[in-house]
Design a protein around this ligand. Structure first.
Ligand SMILES: Cc1cc2nc3c(=O)[nH]c(=O)nc-3n(C[C@H](O)[C@H](O)[C@H](O)COP(=O)(O)OP(=O)(O)OC[C@H]3O[C@@H](n4cnc5c(N)ncnc54)[C@H](O)[C@@H]3O)c2cc1C
Length: 450
């Protein structure tokens, strides 16, 4: 066999929900591919709204907001800015293809195709995703460029492939099977993580010299009344990971996790997990380390339990594809709810007849975050009290949540609407009882209903 290096490789990494350099198998793969060629170049790209601008097919998402909410946009831009810094310290940089708007001739999809053509890209590396629209965009690119080799890595989940032969109908069955047949419950051993590249191959010279072709990622500073602790980026994610596990919070998580507001009462990892600034494997290793060194109890088990919910919805989205967005979900009957502009706007603006719902919606509109209990209450009110089509609620969450994740969001909404993975049918929360239980003194309502 000849040891001749392969022809010049131009490798392009298309970042999506993997905005980190630690434990990033996609980046590791791209570096390996480049190392097989003597004069390789590496393009590290984030193309905003790629799916919106590239997908021609209407695949059934009925209601769509044109723009991301302010908090979500800020969190994303901070994440990209931090990623760019890390990539620069490794000898490359992020090309942020921002486009202008989806109908513009200079959309991110157009910018990306220009880049691929001009640079003669030979390989594209992506992370696996349960995002149906993003996968359609990848398919379109693969069809347009059959000569380019595609490489897809698992970076978002604990398991590289579905951990059960078929997806069980309920989370409980899934959890039992996974816990029985996989050894991730074992606190003695960490899961393997991808090594971080020491140095990245360079960007093509023409791009290194003309950075103005692309938009520089810049963090906005419009955060006056926003939650100060949620700052986007891998650096913040890893700092939060250390802070959280240096505290007592993990050892009492099970008794505090239903709180509506207090920062330390839940882990707050979701925004960083959702855009991949934090690797869930790294998080699991840290949790197991806490269990070995501090305490392993019901609360630390419950953090794992919640991470398994995330995992379940990922494989649920992979299994059901575009049925995730259907009104009837995976059931046979659509619900009897519908669209009503006025009630929808009341809900979005926190102006329903239900103060607890309004307070949660104000929290979401101001911070981009809402607790799990809050999400359950506002979704239940949306479906049962306001009798609205659940997809409009899911789409509003998509616009606003800084931790928006296709699988977790749409999977949870389907679950609550009774058209998803819930053998017990739809769930209605008693708002009066829930208010007494979770906001007995009205502190939460006082804080947000101003
Ligand atoms: C209607 C609705 C919509 C939702 N949309 C999203 C979404 O877009 N993105 C998102 O990450 N989560 C979503 N969730 C799940 C959950 O509300 C958030 O993950 C959680 O509130 C985030 O806060 P935390 O990190 O402090 O969670 P913790 O309580 O500390 O949980 C630890 C981690 O477990 C995972 N997790 C916990 N609960 C769930 C759950 N029910 N489903 C899936 N994963 C879970 C998250 O990754 C979370 O970070 C939704 C829940 C509901 C009811």
């Amino acid at each position: 066999m000849s040891n001749q290096p392969v022809e010049k490789r131009v490798v392009l990494v298309l970042f999506h929900n993997d905005l980190r350099v630690h434990d990033n198998a996609t980046l590791t793969m791209a570096t390996q591919l480049a190392s097989e060629s003597s004069d390789a170049r590496l393009l590290l790209v984030y193309a905003a709204f790629l799916a919106d601008t590239l997908n021609q097919k209407n695949w059934g998402q009925s209601y769509h907001f044109e723009e991301m909410g302010q908090a979500r946009t800020r969190f994303l831009e901070e994440s990209l800015s931090d990623l760019d810094e890390s990539l620069q310290s490794l000898g490359n940089k992020l090309l942020y293809l921002k486009g202008t708007d989806s109908t513009d001739t200079l959309s991110s999809a157009v910018q990306l195709c220009q880049l691929i053509d001009e640079q003669g890209v030979t390989d594209i590396c992506v992370s696996q995703t349960a995002d149906y629209a993003q996968n359609l965009a990848y398919e379109t690119l693969q069809n347009k460029y059959p000569q380019i080799s595609w490489h897809s890595q698992s970076t978002a989940t604990l398991f590289a492939t579905m951990p059960t032969k078929e997806l069980p109908n309920s989370f409980t069955q899934f959890r039992k099977k996974v816990e029985y047949s996989h050894n991730l419950l074992n606190a003695q051993k960490g899961v393997d993580i991808s090594p971080m590249p020491k140095r990245l191959p360079p960007i093509p010279e023409s791009l290194a010299q003309n950075p103005e072709c692309f938009f520089a990622a810049q963090a906005s500073d419009e955060r006056a009344q926003l939650e100060p602790r949620f700052k986007g980026g891998e650096t913040q994610a890893l700092a939060h990971l250390e802070r959280y596990f240096d505290s007592r919070a993990p050892s009492i998580y099970k008794s505090t996790r239903n709180a509506l507001d207090t920062w330390s009462h839940t882990t707050k990892f979701s925004p960083w997990l959702a855009n991949g600034s934090l690797s869930v494997q790294t998080l699991l290793n840290r949790l197991r380390c806490y269990e070995r060194q501090v305490i392993a109890n019901d609360s630390t088990y419950w953090i794992w339990f919640e991470l398994l919910w995330r995992e379940y919805f990922y494989w649920y989205a992979m299994t059901h594809q575009k049925d995730l967005f259907l009104f009837k979900g995976i059931s046979t009957q659509p619900p009897s709810t519908g669209y009503d502009k006025q009630r929808l706007e009341q809900w979005q603006n926190g102006a329903t007849p239900y103060p607890i719902v309004n307070a949660c919606m104000c929290q979401l509109n101001n911070t981009g975050y809402m607790s799990n209990r809050g999400r359950q209450l506002v979704a239940s009110a949306f479906i049962h009290e306001l009798e609205l089509d659940w997809r409009y609620g899911a789409t509003y969450f998509e616009q606003q949540l800084i931790d928006y994740d296709v699988a977790s969001n749409w999977g949870n909404w389907q679950y609550l609407a009774g058209v998803g993975a819930d053998p017990r049918g739809c769930r209605q929360f008693n708002l009066k009882k829930q208010t007494q239980q979770h906001d007995p003194n009205g502190d939460f309502r006082d804080k947000w209903l101003v």
